[in-house]
Design a protein around this ligand. Structure first.
Ligand SMILES: N[C@@H](CCC[C@H](N)C(=O)O)C(=O)O
Length: 293
């Protein structure tokens, strides 16, 4: 049976998504349909698909509502290959913008909105130029897998970091090395983490800190989507890794430069340990209707 899917295309620092609203949770797309929508030649083209579904109408939403009854909406996130992810840092800002645009939620200045995700409930507030998401507590994932990438002369150790979804961050020598790696090819991790990982290649700026703000450049190969222009959770993992390597005295405020723009990362103490927040733009680009069958 074929049906029409009304969607909105959105992006945050060039990480782009197809968003659609399914309050009742009765539009279950298959991984094949997701991959077809994300195809840049035969479909709309996107790094991922995001469904806005009421938490009460989704199995994964029950935990979100139990943690915070205000988490009425759930960000149901798929990568471009049709696999699901726990979290998307750029996606949650674009998702918030979409909820507001569709009249599904309100966000008065100075307030925040609770969003259900597979990584737990996350809160989003407005900034002068976009949105800021509190991505909650983070942790070192343990282990330092070796990372090989095309055009990287030797394998480098990566640092595993979990910010709700898995990341491995690799430090490169300089900008030339960062430009040279070919992320059209999947980098290889040894050992391979059970759930896979998003892999960030970073070059700390020189000087590392300017006006109290740490600076880093990053390129990413996303699990399930390949190279993207930006990855919000990847930016957060990169700032955490570089701060870790820099040691005591490193700042808690960071600017992460990605091919699609600049993201702000801030670490701060909360009641349940250190949290990390991500700030950046979110733009809704166009609306459309897809005929799926
Ligand atoms: N681009 C996102 C992350 C999307 C999910 C990721 N590919 C995964 O599989 O964990 C971001 O902005 O964080």
């Amino acid at each position: 049976m074929s049906f029409d899917l009304r969607f909105t295309k959105g992006q945050g620092t060039g990480n782009d998504f197809v968003l659609f609203s399914d309050p009742e949770g009765d539009t279950e797309l298959t991984p094949t349909q997701i991959a077809a929508i994300c195809d840049r030649r035969f479909g709309v083209g996107a790094d991922g698909v995001i469904r806005a579904v009421r938490s009460s109408n989704l199995d994964d939403g029950a935990a979100a509502l139990a943690a915070d009854p205000d988490a009425v909406w759930f960000m149901d996130y798929w990568n471009a290959d049709g696999t699901v992810s726990e979290m998307c840092g750029n996606g949650i800002r674009v998702f918030t913008s979409y909820l507001l645009d569709q009249g599904l939620a309100e966000l008065p200045p100075g307030e925040s909105i609770a969003i259900g995700t597979r990584a737990g409930v996350r809160t989003v507030s407005r900034t002068a130029t976009g949105f800021q998401a509190d991505l909650g507590p983070w942790r070192l994932a343990g282990g330092e897998p070796l990372v090989r990438a095309k055009e990287l002369p030797v394998a480098r150790p990566g640092l595993g970091i979990d910010v709700g979804n898995p990341h491995v961050v690799v430090a490169l020598a300089d900008d030339d090395e960062l430009e040279a790696i070919d992320l059209a090819y999947q980098p290889i991790l040894d050992p391979v983490p059970e759930a896979g990982a998003n892999i960030e290649f970073v070059v700390p700026a020189e000087p590392l800190v300017e006006d109290g703000i740490g600076r880093v450049r990053m390129r990413v190969h996303e699990r399930g989507s390949g190279e993207t222009l930006s990855c919000g959770t990847g930016a957060v993992a990169s700032a955490l890794a570089v701060r870790h390597w820099a040691g005591e005295g490193a700042p808690n405020d960071w600017r992460v430069h990605v091919p699609g723009g600049v993201l702000g990362v801030r670490m701060f103490q909360a009641h349940d340990g250190e949290h990390v927040a991500l700030a950046g733009p979110a733009e809704l680009v166009f609306d459309g209707v897809l005929s799926l069958g």
